[in-house]
Design a protein around this ligand. Structure first.
Ligand code: CP3
Length: 353
């Protein structure tokens, strides 16, 4: 399909093979903190116009790579493309985040949902993957992604972002069968979506379970974990690695590391060394600097980067293998781009071996 990969650090780390330096990429590495992103967005008119245009999606995917020595690119898109294609109609209100015109709140509307066709209804995503692969020309691998069934369901039922997740939690209590039907169709769609991104050229795949951590343990084990595990088991992916990222997933690392996924992404509420001890080399670990570290001075950032690298090594039997450096969650629009450069360069310099 295209050029030989020139930088394999990220894929090697996910296989827990030795690398010359710890690979690093950042969640939300393309976004509003970059002036060139804001310029592209202004020219396009909106975030959705950009995401739905493969050339523009490619342009903004590559922007952070031009500035920083990152070891992976991530497709510029959104997790809410799937429910949009299911007919819920995604739109954005400035300052309020994503919303759906047709949220699903009962068994009848859930029963009408089906898996979208990947090469028609979500063709713009697959075209973006193909375009980015071509333009990357093997510089670094391209990560494709999806939301988790539970996290997608949160937006689909709430109709947008939420503070307390009252509607979907009420559904979990009052009509768990309807919620399981929704999670089941979402899982089918996520599996098809990730498989299609892989066929289009994605070289690694990440599932964002952003809202798994708002569930009690019993509810997480009923409404999120089984569906993540089903993705890890059923997604046919050859040697393309799958990473399960979840906010608030520290309590479930045993299960997640036995799900069949190649990598697990963790937030900053657990020491990386503890995560490594808990997972016993069964998976690669990705993370986990508190994103607000980027508000610190360059010296403070370097110190926190070294702490995270050493914590992982200490918990991983003295070896840095099997670690993909990242933040514990995404970047914010008011972060200083220069600080990203400090972080990325320190990861590479300090972990050189
Ligand atoms: O990481 C990357 O650089 C890749 C691109 C990416 C975006 N969204 C671009 C985006 C990824 C991986 C996502 C995933 C996503 N989208 C998640 C899961 C990841 C996470 O953060 O936990 C979620 C929950 C969403 C839903 C969503 N889309 C939200 C909450 C927002 C922010 C709304 C706002 O006003 O801040 C979006 C929009 C969005 N997705 C933006 C970007 C760069 C901002 C759009 C803009 O205003 O330009």
């Amino acid at each position: 399909m295209s050029a030989v990969l020139k930088n394999e650090r990220f894929l090697r780390a996910l296989r827990r093979e030795p690398v010359d330096r710890t690979p690093v990429w950042l969640m939300r590495q393309a976004g509003r903190y970059l002036p060139e992103y804001r310029a592209s967005r202004k020219a396009a008119g909106s975030f959705l116009a950009m995401a739905k245009n493969p050339e523009l999606a490619c342009e903004v995917t590559l922007q952070p790579l031009a500035r920083f020595d990152l070891d992976a690119a991530i497709l510029f898109s959104d997790i809410l493309t799937i429910p949009d294609a299911m007919g819920l109609e995604l739109y954005f209100v400035e300052g309020e985040g994503p919303k759906f015109r047709h949220p699903v709140r009962d068994a009848a509307s859930i029963a009408k949902l089906g898996v979208p066709d990947m090469e028609t209804e979500l063709r713009y995503v697959m075209d973006a993957v193909r375009t980015i692969r071509r333009e990357l020309d093997g510089r670094v691998p391209l990560i494709g992604f999806s939301g988790s069934p539970w996290t997608l369901a949160c937006y689909m039922v709430e109709g947008g972002g939420s503070k307390d997740f009252a509607r979907i939690k009420a559904m979990a209590l009052n009509d768990p069968q309807a919620l399981h039907a929704l999670l089941s169709v979402n899982t089918d769609a996520v599996i098809a979506y990730l498989a299609a991104q892989r066929a289009a050229g994605a070289q690694a795949l990440q599932v964002f379970d952003t809202w798994g951590g708002v569930l009690s343990p019993a509810m997480y084990r009923e409404f999120s974990l089984p569906y993540l595990t089903r993705i890890a088991r059923e997604l046919e992916r050859g040697d393309t690695p799958l990473i399960l990222f979840g906010k608030g997933n520290a309590a479930y690392l045993d299960e997640l590391s036995q799900s069949g996924a190649e990598g697990v992404g963790v937030d900053w509420l657990i020491e990386l060394g503890d995560a490594a001890r808990r997972t016993q080399g069964r998976v690669a670990l990705q993370g986990n600097l508190d994103p607000t570290t980027l508000y610190g001075s360059p010296d403070a950032i370097r110190a926190k980067v070294r702490d995270a690298l050493d914590s992982y090594r200490d918990g991983n039997g003295g070896s840095r293998d099997g670690h993909v450096f990242n933040l514990g969650h995404g970047m914010s629009p008011d972060m200083n781009p220069d600080h990203v450069g400090v972080l990325v360069d320190e990861v590479h310099a300090y972990s050189a071996r």
